[in-house]
Design a protein around this ligand. Structure first.
Ligand code: ZN
Length: 272
């Protein structure tokens, strides 16, 4: 009986020891995972900071669990006179190659493709599936909705996040960035049409409302441009960040597709 007891004790003790070892292994694995997560988050933040500081245009697509329409911008950037336009082919068309990442579902992919194709009905822009062209748009679900302004050379990211960016207007918006257009509220003449309420803007995002010396291509300021931000874009306190002048009650920033002015500007910039 004593031997059995002893044996049982030893066995129990051994199991206890193994449990401790197991706990230790689990704990170390957990610590390593947390470290890896923190490290990758840090890398992500650095990366985001880096691209934000260049000419990427971020979109305020989700804030406080409220999905806002992506703002709209659509006035030609100065870079378009310095080589950031896409070249025109001898047939008068402007071919812009693209690659859509394979991580999209077929439904998501069709939303993007519909946005790409929408340009050919109204302009000389032709988005084409890339074969071996050097410069092209690499459309991926990264972190938010954003694009560079104009052609950058080689592969350039256009992020259409699966969570919050797959809307027709957002796809058109980001593609207009890639074609060389800025946000409507950044237009050089915006102060005559929009009052920026700086005090309501989320800290750190003020730059998204900076005025830019845009080429407005003889088109009027357009509240219905797909490039016009929603009135609550980047709000830090749930109050509007912009109000129209002179009537603060005029609706703006709710476009579901390119406006006639968006299309006119596009055709004027590319001389379609
Ligand atoms: Zn934008």
């Amino acid at each position: 009986m004593a031997i059995v007891s002893c044996s049982q004790f030893v066995h129990f003790s051994s199991v206890t020891l193994k449990l401790h070892e197991l706990c230790f292994v689990f704990l170390m694995t957990f610590v390593l995972l947390v470290c890896a997560l923190l490290f990758s988050s840090l890398l992500m933040i650095i990366y985001e900071k880096r691209i934000t500081n260049s000419t990427l245009e971020d979109e305020p697509f989700i804030m406080d669990d409220i999905a806002y329409d992506n703002e709209n911008e659509r006035n030609a950037d100065q870079c378009t006179s310095q080589g950031c336009m896409w070249g025109k082919s001898s047939d008068g068309k402007v071919y812009v190659p693209y690659v859509i990442a394979s991580h999209y579902s077929s439904r998501e992919r069709s939303i993007i493709e519909r946005g790409l194709q929408s340009f050919q009905d109204v302009s000389c822009i032709r988005f084409i599936s890339r074969t071996n062209q050097r410069d092209y748009l690499s459309i991926q679900s990264i972190n938010g909705c954003y694009s560079y302004v104009g052609r950058r050379g080689n592969a350039q990211q256009v992020s259409l996040d699966r969570q919050g960016c797959l809307y027709h207007s957002t796809v058109q918006h980001e593609l207009l960035h890639a074609l060389g257009f800025n946000h409507e509220q950044c237009r050089s003449d915006r102060d005559q049409h929009i009052r920026v309420l700086w005090q309501n803007i989320q800290h750190g995002w003020e730059y998204a409302f900076d005025k830019i010396n845009t080429l407005n291509l003889n088109t009027p300021y357009d509240y219905n441009s797909v490039m016009q931000y929603h009135k609550y874009a980047f709000s830090g306190n749930n109050k509007p960040t912009m109000e129209p002048i002179p009537n603060p009650n005029v609706a703006f920033g709710t476009a579901t597709q390119m406006s006639n002015n968006d299309i006119t500007r596009l055709n004027r910039l590319y001389k379609c």
